[in-house]
Structures are given as C-alpha cells and as structure tokens.
Write a protein that binds this ligand. Structure first.
Ligand SMILES: [Zn+2]
Length: 558
C-alpha cells in the first residue's frame, strides 16, 4: 500500500504543476507603488502585459515591505534574498566606509578590486557626442550583500548548471537581486547607454553584448525618446518609455543568446526596469506623465511575454512582478489637500547638529562631526572627529542634539493669502494644519545593534533596517509625508510610511491559482515561495513566507 501513496504523488504533481519551470523571471519595476495597477487597470488592454498577473495570475494588492529604509539598493537586495537589511546588509544606495574611502561615499555595489567591462575598451570611439575613451572605471560586485539570493540557491542546488543573470539600467538593481553566483549582471554606461558589466563576472563582454551595443538599438531608443544628440542616455532617455523597451530588448537578446530556459534545469533571470523611477522622482506619482509611462509599459511587458511564449512557452515559465519601493506624493500637492506635508532642509538640520556638538565638545571651533552627503533615514558620523569618545557616547551626543535641530527647522509661517515665497515653499508646504518638521523616531546604531527598539509593529520595521555595513550612524525617521529637499527632483522614497512600502506583487505560472488576493504579503515572500516551488533551500537569511493559499496542491518538481 506504500505504492498507493507514492504513486498518487507524481500524477497529482503532473496535474498541478506540469513540470518544473524552465525559466524563473523576477520582474522589478523601479519605484512602482502598489496602487498603480488598481488605479489604471481599466486601461490595460493587452493579454500578456499587466493582465498576465491581474487576470491570468495571482495578484496581491496588499504587498508591503516590512522595513524602514525603502530605497533602491536595499529593495532589490530584499527581493533577491527574501531578507531585510538586518539580514542582507544593504542599508542605502551609498554610505560612508572610511576604511575603504575617506574622500567620498561608496556605492552599495562598487568594488575597487574589479573594473568595469565594456564601457570603452572593446569598442571603437562611439558616435559624435559620446564621451571619449577614458581609463577603465572602478568595478562592481555584490561584496556588501551578506545573504544568498533565490538564484544563488538554484545555482547551488544544480551544481552550477542553472544559469543566473541580472539586467537593469542601474548597477545595484542588476547585481543585488541576481546574487553572488550570477553568470553576469548587466547595466548601462550612463552617458552612452551601452550595456556593461564588471570583471567580477568576466574579463570581456560576450560577442552578443558587443554586437548589441554596436547595433542600431541605442540610436533607436534615443530617437524614440526624441533626444537625438544626447550625451546623457541614463538621465534623459532613461526617464522615457523608450528606456523600458530598450531594456526588455536587451533581456530578449540575453535569453536568446545565453539560451535561457532551454536546458535541463531551471534558469533564473532578474530584470529591473529603471525608467519609472527616474521619471517618478521628477514628476510625482499623480502626474499624467506617470500614467502614460505605466500604459506604455503595459505594451512593452505584453511584447516581452508574448515573445517569451513563442520562444519557450509561458507554460514553462514562472514569473514574479514587484517593485523595489513606492514613492510619496509631491509634498506641495499633498499639502494643497490638507495633508501635513513638509520638506526638510537636511543641510540646515546637519548644521544645527554640528553647532550643538561644537558648543559641547569644541567651543569656538568649527569642527565637522558629521560626514557630508547624508542619506536619510541614516545620519552618518565622522568617528575621527570625536577623539577618544566611544561610538556609544558619540552617537548619543548626536541623538541629544536632534530635538533642538528639528525645532530649529522652524514652523511654517503662512502668509495670509498662503502665497509662500519660493524659499518658504522650498522648505515647507502650505498645509492647513501644522506641518512643522518633526522626527518620528531617532535611535543610535549601537542601540539598534543591541535591540533597544520598541516591541511594536513600528519597532519591527526599524529592527529590519539595522545594518552593520558602514561606520557610525544615527537613524532619523521624519513623520509621514515629510522628506528632505533634494535638488532637481520633486519627491522621493526612503521611509517606513505606507506609500514608500506599498508595491505590487503578481505571480504567473502553473503553480499559482489565478485570483485577486487581499491578504497582506511582503516582497520577501517571493524568494520563499519560489524556493518552495523549486524544491531548493530558501536563501540564507530568508524571512519570507510561502504563499500557500495562492498555490495549487503540489509537491516540488523533481
Ligand atoms: Zn528604486
């Protein structure tokens, strides 16, 4: 009778889950808030665009990151590893690491042991207007990523037979979700739009990448964007729908040339589409430009998956769709409706803290105790300035100085007709209720490391944002709808508030029961669910849950 149980297995499996997928695609849209697909869903007409997830797949409209540092690098690391910053180590896009560089912040993925491959060295001088050849630049790698990804686990489980690739316009968004064992991560040279990689992965670009870079595709993207002659591909073309088409065409070329989904084991591809973020910072989530970008993207995604269906068959593919973070409304627009929304001048804030520390420790001097170029929600200290003080003492001194520094940012004084001067508008919005800058939470790195965090839902978000990467810091979380003033952009994302944490989560594949799900889930559930379906270990620091209520009865495929 053992046979009855054993023999029922494979048939049940075959019905529920035809075969293991040949290809897993994790599709990330950079800065794509969880309400967009609901907002625009009536406008989606294509079969394999967003409707692949909304109508044919399992779609979750309540997906929230459970941490407080909702930025691009940590978001992509979270998607890949199924862990938060306290597990994967990536806290920001950039931070100070004085042991590695005392002149400037380092990026989350830069790695001086390697060099960029493909920028200039293997190509003739580009079309007029492109930057002339220069010395090879500092390379990149997942050196700060302290956890494996789903792709890494599939590679481990197959003895390296599975192929693993990452693609994005941004280095961090290509390297971090794919992982340590990726065959390659590709991103673009910002000036020219050429796809590049790092010697961490290879010494030379494969011929097909060089051919793609030399071919007509870059010029086509520039033309589609109406930006002929631009020398800023990333900043200019990168904020138009043409950039999404361009990236997805590169992903097609990769699948074709690397023969993804055509081997005997499951391959893994992560694609992060950057254009939405570059536009969103400038125009805000409620702009018509944003809507047009989403509708154009629907067509591009439809084109990609329709092509993939012809290429390897969608029945052989398992896909997740999500985003690395949401975004806040433009403060002045939220304020017009009465939301207590404000912009904070981080330079003024830092200057007040410096003044307080000088008064306390070095009267009459103008010593700099903080490092320049701060990135909320972390304020970084310069340990060299504090002499013999311990980290705990130094960070506590900064914590002590923060309430007065917040007060010094001042309350908005509203003129009777609410016509703010440009200066006032720059700092504060014209909310009907008091929108004085305020800190919702302040804690030293030492206290975070020791777990001195409130035992609340909010405290859980904070605990997940602890990182051991970088030097001394104090975590500072402004109240909701407040953000730092940043030159050249209108809004941003970085906080534990819902609008920054809310992202879409959609799945497509034979293992999923199609439907519209309202349960609260998180992006960390992607890696856990896929690992379970593929029958491999969850990534090393995974904290996600398997979304069993959206799965057919199945056992992992052999
Ligand atoms: Zn991002």
């Amino acid at each position: 009778m053992v046979c009855a149980a054993v023999c029922a297995g494979p048939r049940g499996r075959a019905q529920a889950y035809e075969a293991k997928p040949k290809l897993v695609v994790i599709l990330v849209i950079d800065q794509f808030r969880g309400d967009y697909l609901d907002r625009f869903r009536d406008s989606f007409t294509s079969a394999n665009g967003f409707n692949l997830f909304l109508k044919k797949g399992a779609y979750f409209n309540g997906c929230y990151y459970d941490y407080a540092n909702t930025k691009t690098a940590p978001g992509h690391a979270t998607i890949g590893t199924g862990a938060y910053t306290d597990g994967h180590g990536i806290g920001s896009n950039e931070w100070w690491d004085l042991a590695r560089n005392t002149d400037r912040v380092i990026s989350s993925v830069e790695d001086e042991r390697y060099r960029i491959v493909g920028t200039f060295d293997d190509l003739p001088v580009g079309p007029p207007g492109t930057i002339p050849p220069a010395a090879p630049r500092i390379g990149a790698s997942p050196l700060n990523l302290r956890a494996t990804t789903l792709g890494d686990e599939v590679r481990l489980a197959t003895g390296g037979k599975a192929k693993l690739f990452g693609v994005s316009l941004k280095d961090r968004a290509s390297i971090l979700p794919s992982g340590q064992t990726a065959n390659a991560a590709y991103w673009i040279d910002q000036a020219t739009g050429r796809f590049v990689t790092s010697t961490y992965y290879m010494a030379q670009l494969p011929e097909w990448v060089t051919a793609f870079n030399k071919g007509p595709r870059i010029a086509q993207a520039v033309k589609e964007a109406g930006l002929e002659g631009t020398t800023q591909f990333y900043d200019m073309v990168g904020r138009t729908p043409a950039a999404n088409s361009y990236e997805l065409d590169f992903a097609r070329a990769l699948i074709e040339n690397e023969k993804l989904g055509q081997g005997s084991v499951t391959d893994v591809l992560t694609v992060s589409l950057s254009a939405n973020d570059i536009l969103g910072h400038q125009m805000g989530p409620d702009s018509d430009e944003e809507k047009q970008m989403v509708l154009a993207l629907d067509g591009d995604i439809d084109g990609f998956f329709t092509w993939l269906d012809r290429k390897i068959g969608l029945s052989n593919v398992m896909v997740a769709l999500t985003a690395d973070h949401g975004v806040a409304p433009i403060p002045s627009e939220a304020a017009k409706l009465g939301v207590a929304s404000a912009r904070l001048d981080l330079e003024d804030f830092s200057a007040s803290i410096e003044a307080a520390l000088n008064k306390r420790f070095s009267p009459g001097a103008k010593k700099l105790y903080l490092l320049p170029k701060q990135e909320l929600p972390y304020i970084e200290l310069d340990p060299r300035a504090f002499g013999k003080m311990t980290e705990k003492e130094a960070e506590q001194a900064v914590v002590d100085a923060i309430p007065a520094a917040v007060r010094a940012l001042g309350s908005p004084v509203l003129p009777p007709n609410n016509n703010l001067t440009p200066e006032a508008e720059r700092k504060y919005s014209d909310a009907r209720i008091d929108a004085s800058p305020a800190a919702a939470f302040v804690r030293s790195r030492v206290d975070l490391a020791e777990g001195k965090i409130p035992a609340t839902e909010f405290g859980k978000l904070i605990a997940h944002s602890y990182t051991a990467n970088g030097d001394w810091y104090v975590m500072v979380v402004p109240t909701a709808y407040q953000m730092e003033y940043l030159t050249g952009i209108q809004t941003t994302h970085f906080s534990p508030w819902s609008y920054d944490r809310h992202v879409p989560l959609g799945f497509f594949g034979a293992a999923f029961v199609p439907g519209y799900y309202r349960q609260q889930v998180a992006p960390v559930d992607i890696a856990a669910t896929f690992a379970s379906l593929l029958g491999v270990n969850a990534p090393s620091a995974s904290v996600g849950h398997v979304l069993t209520f959206a799965l057919r009865d199945s056992v992992p495929a052999k």
